[in-house]
Design a protein around this ligand. Sequence first.
Ligand SMILES: *Cc1c(COP(=O)(O)O)cnc(C)c1O
Length: 340
Amino acid sequence: MTNFQKERCWLKDSKIRLQDIYMARQRIHGRVNRTPLVKSDALSQLCGAEVLLKLEHQQRTGSFKLRGATNAIVKLSDEEREKGIVGASTGNHGRGLAYAAARAGARCVICMSRLVPENKVAAIRDLGAEVRIVGSSQDDAQEEVDRLVVERGMTMLPPFDHPDVIAGQGTLGLEILEDAPQVDTVLIPLSGGGLISGIALAMKSANPSIRVFGISMDRGAAMIASINAGKPVKVEEYPSLADSLGGGIGLENKYTFNMVRDLVDQCITVDEAQIAAAVRHAYWEEQQVIEGAGSVGIAALLSKKIHNPGRCIVLLSGSNIDMALHKRLIDGENVDLSST
Ligand SMILES: *Cc1c(COP(=O)(O)O)cnc(C)c1O
């Protein structure tokens, strides 16, 4: 099947529609920033094509996760808001939930694994949420969330596999289309796939020939392993400079596995050295502070993994990096997290 045919099949029985993304945009308007799209002279020259950066790392709370969280929380009933919101998070989702919940006057509990860096934990507490540290993986944290849902009647908002979250992240696709209608290729960081699912639905609805690429780190890329296996599978987790891309896709995945399989043209991986080089490039050439996960699109371009990019959008997805680690990276140190 061509991508176009794939797209037609998908849109017919999709549980999430383009309309949901437009409605999400109405809901989050004024609560979430519209982020700039700027040309990168350095990357354009390097690739011989026009490369534009979507500066979503400048979003409030430091990542796009605020879009999906805000869309989901604004939709809740008064009773659901009162009982509170609970989520498992590697950091940025927790920050988004905490911020969105505080603004909506909702109680918020965030569960996370002990692999999460301390700067992210502190940031969530500062936003007024209660933090619970449980286990050593995203799945362990998720078990605690499930318990709070059953025992306290709290509402769970997962980081990616939820229609309101996906629709919220999809608003990025609308903004990109408005600012660069002639886009050929978009490079989107990929972990659980909520971000790329929403964006791909928006972009492919507008023009199925726009190429949507997912970029993961080569350590523990759960979505890619799952696509290759034909069903959601578990992968081992490793420390990575792209810590926000850690975690599984959930063996009970309902939405993002199908959407990524059907809508994404290709998935590409980058290694730790390439991620480090991209964080460095963003700082010295683009004047941007981005975290490892936010840099993988730049990493894919710098390492020449995208052939004929055409007019190419690189989504910079987050800025929440430990600044001491960032300094080591931009000073040129070869940081190897697997040995720390
Ligand atoms: C969550 C996150 C991603 C990946 O998003 P998914 O929806 O899980 O694919 C990428 N970059 C940053 C900074 C993130 O916080």
